[in-house]
Write a protein that binds this ligand. Structure first.
Ligand code: APR
Length: 313
């Protein structure tokens, strides 16, 4: 039987996720949006593109949650994106309402699904989904780290003029400006970044990575990044459905790892058919540990804000 992935929110990130997924022939796709005709139109358009590249998946556009029934994976992208000058936290209230509906409706018809959350503020929306669905942490994962790490890899590649295939970068922490790009574990062909780049250039790359999403928001003016975020989701979907046991940076619910509990946080996450199979721990420098604590405090504050909005979670 073919796998089924439902994408809630057929906007920029949702539709682009469907595009990358269909191209890879990983699963049948349902694209759902609160708007009526738009997901159907995008779904049909995408379906009609597939003969050109010889890919056989079924793409269904809909605004009816019944069509998502029996999904193996539910990707939630529904919600508002940032506008210039907004932080991801500014989206909290509006997106919490949207996520509540999406989580409740999908969990009714897809009791076995694994959730990948993209809607911002990401770590808090993943927390909300886990609370609302009552799922174990294995089955609710947030996408952020692959994106943040890919941004850093792109910047290092631009700086050094070497293939991005030679560049491994790891960004931990919350998906906000306090995220923690690791400069020793990140490397070029195995050589730590802090050995191949002068300190000031490395600091500039770290800073640009942290603000990478905001840089794109201010250029686009309407909306936020979508190519890289959606491709990051596709890498997670692929790892889960193929049971790859792939370790990627992703947002996972902390149960003691890195000394943290009760928040979603970007960590090296091993992904397989059960979803989150294992959280890996780095040995961090004092400076990195301190930065991680600061980032964790920002996520905890966001979750506290959520609890004041929705007191019973
Ligand atoms: N149910 C389903 N879809 C909804 C709902 C809802 N209750 N409310 C809004 N949507 C849909 C919108 O109609 C829109 O098509 O969500 C879609 C969001 O698409 P965009 O506005 O293009 O935003 P996008 O760039 O995809 O970002 C969505 O992902 O990366 C994050 O920060 C980003 O939180 C934002 C989310």
């Amino acid at each position: 039987m073919r796998n089924k992935v439902s994408i809630i929110g057929a906007g920029q990130t949702g539709a682009t996720t469907a595009h990358w997924l269909a191209e890879r022939e990983i699963a049948d796709i349902v694209l759902l949006d609160v708007l009526e005709g738009m997901p159907k139109g995008k779904g049909l358009d995408l379906q009609q593109a597939l003969p050109i590249i010889g890919k056989d998946v079924v793409v269904t556009g809909t605004s009816n949650y019944a069509d998502t029934a029996g999904s193996d994976i539910v990707v939630i992208t529904a919600g508002l994106p940032r506008k210039p000058g907004m932080s991801r936290e500014d989206l909290l209230k509006a997106n919490a309402e949207i996520i509540t509906k999406a989580a409740e409706e999908t969990s009714k018809v897809s009791p076995n699904a694994i959730y990948i959350i993209l809607t911002n503020p990401l770590d808090t929306m993943a927390y909300l989904t886990m609370q609302l669905t009552g799922l174990p942490r294995e089955r609710v994962i947030g996408q952020a780290g692959i994106l943040d790490s890919a941004r850093m890899r792109a910047f290092v590649g631009m700086e050094l003029g070497v293939s991005v295939e030679n560049i491994q970068c790891y960004v931990l922490g919350g998906h906000g400006d306090e995220m923690v790009p690791l400069t020793k574990a990140s490397n070029v062909a195995g050589i730590p970044l802090d050995k191949v780049l002068p300190a000031d250039r490395l600091a500039a790359i770290v800073d640009r990575t942290r603000k990478g999403g905001g840089e794109i928001v201010s250029l686009l003016k309407t909306g936020s990044a979508f190519y890289a975020p959606s491709l990051a989701v596709v890498q997670m979907v692929d790892a889960i459905l193929k049971d790859k046991q792939l370790i990627v940076p992703a947002s996972a619910y902390m149960q003691g790892e890195y000394g943290l509990n009760g928040i979603f946080f970007g960590v090296p996450a091993q992904l397989g058919r059960k979803g989150l199979e294992k959280v890996w721990e780095y040995e961090l420098s004092e400076e990195e540990s301190a930065a991680l604590k600061k980032s964790a405090a920002a996520v905890a504050e966001s979750i506290d804000n959520l609890k004041t909005l929705i007191p019973n979670i």
